[in-house]
Design a protein around this ligand. Structure first.
Ligand code: NAD
Ligand code: UGA
Length: 465
């Protein structure tokens, strides 16, 4: 069949960023063909499934876009070579986790998936290809990608040596947040495009101009774009560690964290967003990106700057530990054989993602103390919870329930760790009836109505209150 599309896009990596981002591009740009490829066959099969509950990413609004575009101008495939060869523009959207071993272990990003993607592009790309860094990367990664691409055979193999392969690199970091990814992509605060040649910058800008006001498109040099992404995440995480540190001070002094956040955030210079206290930030990126920033600072000899940013992560560990410790203390100092219901396993509401979820660390601490945990999360699958808790599981100490009330049966406490709306709609009077007394609610998100729970008979701890 003849390809009648104006341009061909290939995205390497069909994960939380690649899947939703490319879906929104396909929706807004019917004249573009968008191929999303991945080495993970099961993931691609799930993206192609007619059972939409199997889509690898749960995001409000995503399913509708897949229904509209899949098979029209949006394709999910394992045919990496074919899709790269066809592409005019290639987005690299692969994982960049913290390095587990070797130089920089525990801080630097592991760029092995970036390297393998670049090698695939070097081998299979044809003619001129614009390579877009969509993954979050340490500053100067474009140099690494460039070095790999430029080491490829300069002419296409099999051709009669007259079509030269050329590449241009653009940085276009992604700012979507999980749970609101589709809204964030449809109506972003800004789109950031960093590059060295105007033609490539304009080519990528033109894609976004199909649905985004051009005044929101910021263009910079490559290094500013790469660094801005890390800094944006560091600033966001810093606000969370700041408010969480003050939540503890509120508990000690009688101040109320919600009131303090409102009073502080009403200053337009500070702003009201991202001042919700909680069990510490989770998600695959904040910790990894700050640690990466710390590593970069140390690499350039800026040790005080590194220490400053590392403290944001240290406060985050401390907040998680603080919560498990106070649960133990309030349950008479021992959890041996006590049942506890954990409400929420995803790292935030409206996502099925559990990476770095505070629920993991807090649950492990409680299991370590001998508790039996019963989990209820509206979107996280049982297999995922077992996978995350792994070696902490023994002797039936972990149960997964499909309703809040089932999880609470016989429990001494319910701990709310994710701000899922449904937890507010539960019948707390009935939950109280099925629990052992004294029945505790530990609300780490200030989600529930504390007074209503106390009126029912619960003992309640609510963060920063
Ligand atoms: P992910 O793990 O969900 O997806 C990455 C995918 O890339 C995986 O499915 C993996 O199989 C695939 N992959 C790896 N190497 C490959 C190769 N050589 N060829 C084909 N496929 C390959 O990761 P993610 O959450 O989508 O994050 C991707 C990048 O985007 C990271 O750098 C992350 O920091 C950044 N980011 C993530 C978010 C977020 O909300 N998750 C937001 C903004 C930016
Ligand atoms: C975050 C950023 O918000 C995105 O802009 C960025 O693109 C993304 O990281 C990334 O680079 O991966 P995400 O991690 O999906 O997005 O979700 P957030 O809404 O930022 O929440 C992160 C964590 O902070 C969650 O655990 C959340 O519960 C917590 N949080 C957030 C708070 O505890 N308080 C708040 O006020 C806000």
């Amino acid at each position: 069949m003849k390809n009648t599309f104006k341009k061909n896009i290939c995205c390497i990596g069909a994960g939380y960023v690649g899947g939703p981002t490319m879906s929104v591009i396909a929706l807004n740009c019917p004249e573009l063909r968008v191929d999303v490829v991945d080495i993970n066959k099961e993931k691609i099969d799930n993206w192609n499934s007619s059972d939409y509950s199997r889509l690898p990413v749960f995001e409000p609004g995503l399913e509708n876009i897949i229904k509209k575009c899949r098979g029209i101008n949006l394709f999910f495939s394992n045919k990496i070579e074919e899709c790269i060869s066809r592409a005019d523009i290639i987005f690299i959207s692969v994982n960049t986790p913290t390095k587990a071993k070797g130089v920089g272990a525990g801080f630097a990003s592991d760029l092995k998936w970036i390297e393998s993607s670049s090698r695939l592009i070097a081998k299979f790309a044809k003619n001129h290809t614009v390579v877009v860094e969509k993954s979050t990367l340490p500053v100067k990664t474009a140099e690494t990608i460039k070095a790999i691409l430029n080491s490829s055979e300069p002419f296409e193999s099999g051709s009669n040596n007259d079509i030269e392969k050329t590449f241009s690199i653009v940085s276009n970091p992604e700012f979507l947040a999980e749970g609101t990814a589709i809204d964030d992509l449809q109506n972003p605060d800004r789109v950031l495009i960093g590059g060295e040649d105007n033609d490539s910058i304009n080519l990528i800008s033109d894609i976004y101009k199909n649905w985004i006001d051009p005044v929101k498109i910021i263009t910079t040099n490559l290094w500013s774009s790469e660094l801005s992404k890390l800094v944006a995440n560091a600033f966001l995480a810093q606000r969370i560690s700041s408010i969480n540190s003050i939540s503890a001070l509120c508990e000690s002094t009688g101040a109320n964290i919600k009131e303090v956040a409102k009073a502080v955030g009403s200053d337009s210079r500070i702003g009201e967003k991202f001042l919700n206290p909680g069990p510490g930030f989770g998600g695959s990126c904040f910790k990894k990106d700050i640690l990466n920033l710390v590593y970069l600072c140390k690499f350039y000899g800026l040790n005080e700057v590194a220490d400053y940013w590392e403290q944001v992560v240290k406060i985050n560990y401390w907040q998680q530990k603080r919560i498990s410790t106070l649960v133990i203390r309030n349950l008479f100092g021992t959890l041996s054989d006590k049942k506890i219901a954990i409400y929420g396993f995803s790292f935030k509401a409206n996502t099925n993602d559990t990476r770095e979820s505070p629920s993991i660390k807090i649950s492990k601490d409680l299991l370590q103390e001998g508790a039996k945990l019963n989990f209820y999360d509206p979107k996280v699958k049982r297999k995922q919870i077992f996978m995350e808790l792994d070696s902490s599981i023994k002797d039936d100490n972990v149960i997964i329930s499909d309703t809040g009330i089932n999880a609470a049966k016989g429990a001494d406490a319910v701990i709310v760790l994710t701000e899922w709306d449904v937890f507010n709609k539960l019948n707390w009077r009935n939950i109280y009836k099925v629990m052992r007394k004294p029945a505790w609610v530990f609300d780490s998100r200030v989600l529930l109505n504390k007074k209503a729970l106390i009126d029912i008979g619960f003992k309640v701890w609510s963060i920063g209150n």
